[in-house]
Each structure stands twice: as structure tokens, then as C-alpha cells.
Design a protein around this ligand. Structure first.
Ligand code: ZN
Length: 276
């Protein structure tokens, strides 16, 4: 069976250190998390950065330190967010791309996000994609709502190189599409030819939707960005969430991809040791 790519979304933009003591804040903590998560079965890490006080940042220097720390401690595919946090400008959101991570997220539409609005108009999407392409970074399309896939197809129709792509379905955000098997099947059916996909479900849906994705032949994203609990009332570490889906995959007969296997599946070039 197709090896399973497990992405760990270890930090996110919304969580505070008060909500969980397991949130990696410093570049050193991100490096340690990367090592633990790779050992547990992850092949990719989705990165947001924080200041020492836990506040969100798009500072290029902080991303540079985070990238160096992760690469020093792991072989994980490094994927930067370009979602940033609510209220950031396009220039802020795209700034860290100059560090040329292997991948970067590209959110394919505006969505309500709790009480906020996560704004991704067509001009914002085109602007961030232009920066992604400028630095030779591979986009991962983030789909929070069924219409977001239509938006991505609209950009493709303009001639932008959207597909085939690695697509992440982020389901269950308050304001986005609910996490359900029916919704996931609909989205997978609507994918253009040649795409790979993963599912990132929010909160307690993370585990059940990940299990469904494993059985369907998709890939999974787990981690504190999307869910801070291992079980009801018990806070999780990132590597515990990775380890659990890796065990489930193994039980289902699905091998877990190493970072090298994940690069091969995604068609990413093998990084030169010095450049990584
Ligand atoms: Zn994110």
C-alpha cells in the first residue's frame, strides 16, 4: 500500500502557552519537536513561529532560526505557513518564503475563523502564490471549505500552475466545512487528476478523520495546531499524536513514509545535505 505521509502541525497561530504547556515556542523547542515527531513517524512539519512570549510572528529571522533548528535535528520536509495570523499583510505572510523551505501552505479562499475572518481574496492568493513560485517552493493547497477547491480551479484556469498538487483538507474549523466522511469523500472526488491529499480535522475529529484518510489512501495531518488533546481532558504532545496515527496505519497495513519516501511521493527533489 501507498506509504502514509504524516504531517505534524506543531504550533499554529491561535494557541496560547496558557492552553497547553506542550506548545513549541522557541526554535530550539521546534527542533526538539521535529526530532521526536520524526522518530514517531512524521515526514513533514508545518511551521508557524512564535516570539519568546508566545505571540505569533512572521519575522524572517525567527523563521530562519526555526528552519536551522529543525534541519539540525531532523530530515523532515519543512513546510512554512503563509496563513500567518489574522490581520497580517501579504508581505508579512510571504516574507519567510525567501528562506526557501521545501513547501509552503497556500490557503485557497476566505473563511470565517471563529469570530474572525481569515481573508484570502483572489488578489491575496495570487500574490502569495507568486512569492511561492518566485522562490521555487512547492505549495500545499489548504482547503477549508468546498468552494476553496473551486477557487483553486479558477486560478488554474487563469493559467497559474495549481495542479496537480498536494492538497490538505482542513475540516471542522468553526466557520468552515464540517469534518465528516461525506464531506471528505465529496472533496476527494472533486480533486483534479494527479493530486495527493491529506486531511487535518480540528479537535476531537482529528483522530477519526485521520483514520478514515488512512483507510481511503490519503495522508494525514495531526498536531497541536488542530487539536491539543490526546483524549478527553488529557493534553497531548505533538509526537504522541503522530505516534498514535502511525500505530493505527501500521495496524491497517499501511506503511508510514520516511521523509525520503514522502519526498519521492510528492515529487520533491532530494535536498543537498549542505542546502538543507
Ligand atoms: Zn498552520
Amino acid at each position: 500500500m501507498l506509504p502514509l505521509i504524516v504531517t505534524v502541525a506543531a504550533v499554529g497561530a491561535e494557541l496560547t502557552p496558557e492552553q497547553t504547556p506542550h506548545l513549541p515556542i522557541t526554535p530550539e523547542q521546534l527542533g526538539e519537536t521535529a526530532a521526536l515527531c520524526q522518530a514517531a513517524g512524521a515526514s513533514m512539519i508545518h511551521v508557524h513561529c512564535r516570539n519568546d512570549d508566545g505571540s505569533n510572528t512572521a519575522d524572517v529571522g525567527r523563521f530562519r532560526d526555526a528552519l536551522a533548528a529543525i534541519r539540525a535535528k531532523s530530515d523532515l520536509i519543512v513546510q512554512f505557513t503563509t496563513g500567518g495570523a489574522i490581520g497580517m499583510t501579504v508581505a508579512e505572510r510571504a516574507g519567510p518564503l525567501q528562506l526557501r523551505p521545501e513547501m509552503a501552505s497556500l490557503t485557497c479562499g476566505t473563511v470565517n475563523f471563529g469570530e474572525d475572518v481569515f481573508e484570502n481574496s483572489f488578489p491575496i492568493m495570487r500574490g502569495i502564490l507568486a512569492e511561492i513560485l518566485r522562490y521555487g517552493v512547492r505549495p500545499e493547497l489548504e482547503i477549508f471549505d468546498a468552494g476553496h477547491l473551486s477557487n483553486a480551479k479558477r486560478l488554474a484556469a487563469e493559467g497559474l500552475p495549481m495542479f496537480p498538487a498536494h492538497v490538505d483538507f482542513v475540516l471542522g474549523v468553526p466557520g468552515g466545512l464540517d469534518a465528516s466522511v461525506r464531506n471528505l469523500v465529496h472533496l476527494v472526488d472533486a480533486l483534479p487528476e494527479g493530486c495527493t491529499w491529506s486531511v487535518a480535522a480540528i479537535g476531537r475529529d482529528q483522530l477519526s478523520m485521520a483514520t478514515v484518510a488512512i483507510a481511503m489512501g490519503g495522508h494525514v495531518r495531526v498536531g497541536l495546531e488542530d487539536n491539543i488533546y490526546y483524549s478527553r481532558g488529557r493534553l497531548a504532545r505533538n509526537d504522541e499524536l503522530v505516534g498514535r496515527v502511525a500505530r493505527i496505519a501500521t495496524e491497517l497495513g499501511r506503511p508510514v513514509a520516511s521523509p525520503a519516501e514522502a519526498r519521492e511521493l510528492l515529487g520533491l527533489p532530494v535536498p543537498a545535505a549542505a542546502a538543507r
